[in-house]
Write a protein that binds this ligand. Structure first.
Ligand SMILES: Nc1ncnc2c1ncn2[C@@H]1O[C@H](COP(=O)(O)OP(=O)(O)OP(=O)(O)O)[C@@H](O)[C@H]1O
Ligand SMILES: [Mg+2]
Length: 259
């Protein structure tokens, strides 16, 4: 199959970007896909979740952005076979300032990643909660954007800002870019609000919204501390089931010609 490169992004904090990157990545790897996860958040949540001591990383995405190392030098294995991680920590926060006036600064990640990209079926980039240079670098590299949305809050304005940013990057830097999936997360079917938010997103973004919904599930909140993705931490949980269904739907879309 052809490589799929996907940025998981939303400038709003705490909407389940990292939860979705790790668990979707694990589910894809467990159905036999070769997966690369790239941590692009200076908080390093994905890296510490997957067992790294982020205060002592050695080489990380920071060094990749400063072009001090090749991309493959930062890669580390994870507890899931077929799933590799490029880690980050707080050092990455300095990149925005250091590169602020660098020519071609939006293209660094693309240039560094391209030589290794073909080794993978899926490259998932966990973006920080901002639309700064790091997110722009992610959007310049990928073909697809997935937007996790917290269905507990009405946040359509934020989504419009985000899709406008995607459009600008598409016009200026990456004409292949498309928002191909909105993911309804933290869904609580007992509340009207979750249903209302889902319906509004569906009305606005139509078939770009995944049918699979990620329910609010305490096991998902617990699993970062366990150091494992949900399918290893609580394989029978609703959270595991929801992310497995999402992975199936993502794979189904491989057949679509827009990709
Ligand atoms: N379906 C869910 N059920 C219960 N808790 C969840 C669910 N999804 C995410 N969470 C919890 O919500 C919080 C925010 O999730 P997460 O860290 O994935 O968001 P994020 O968008 O990556 O945040 P940030 O913007 O800070 O990077 C975490 O504590 C996570 O465990
Ligand atoms: Mg995160």
């Amino acid at each position: 199959m052809q490589l799929r490169s996907i940025a998981l992004t939303n400038q709003k904090g705490g909407v389940a970007k990292t939860t979705t990157t790790v668990n979707l990545g694990a589910c894809l790897a467990q159905i036999g896909k070769k997966v690369l996860l790239v941590d692009l958040d200076p908080q390093g949540n994905m890296s510490s979740w997957l067992g790294l001591d982020i205060h002592n990383l050695g080489k990380s995405m920071y060094n990749v952005f400063l072009e001090e190392v090749y991309f493959e030098e930062v890669l580390t294995k994870t507890c899931i076979e077929n799933m590799t991680l490029a880690p980050s920590n707080v050092a990455l926060a300095g990149v925005e300032r250091i590169l602020a006036h660098e020519k071609g600064r939006e293209l660094i990640l693309r240039n560094r990643l391209l030589p290794v990209a073909e080794r993978y079926d899926y490259i998932l980039l966990d973006c920080p909660p901002s639309l700064g240079l790091i997110t722009v670098n992610a959007l310049t590299f990928v073909k697809e954007v997935f937007i996790p949305v917290e269905t507990k809050v009405l946040a359509l304005n934020g989504l419009v800002t985000l899709t406008n940013t995607v459009q600008v990057v598409k016009e200026k830097l990456n004409r292949n870019l498309e928002v191909t999936g909105i993911i309804a997360c933290r869904f609580d079917g007992r509340t009207n609000l979750s249903n209302e938010v889902y319906n509004q997103i569906k009305e606005r973004f139509k078939d770009r919204v995944f049918d699979s919904i990620i329910r609010e599930n305490v096991r998902l909140a617990e699993c970062p501390i366990s150091g494992k993705p949900i399918t290893l931490y609580a394989p029978e949980s609703p959270g595991a089931l929801d992310y497995q269904n999402l992975a199936k739907e993502v794979v189904e879309k491989e057949k679509l010609s827009i990709l």
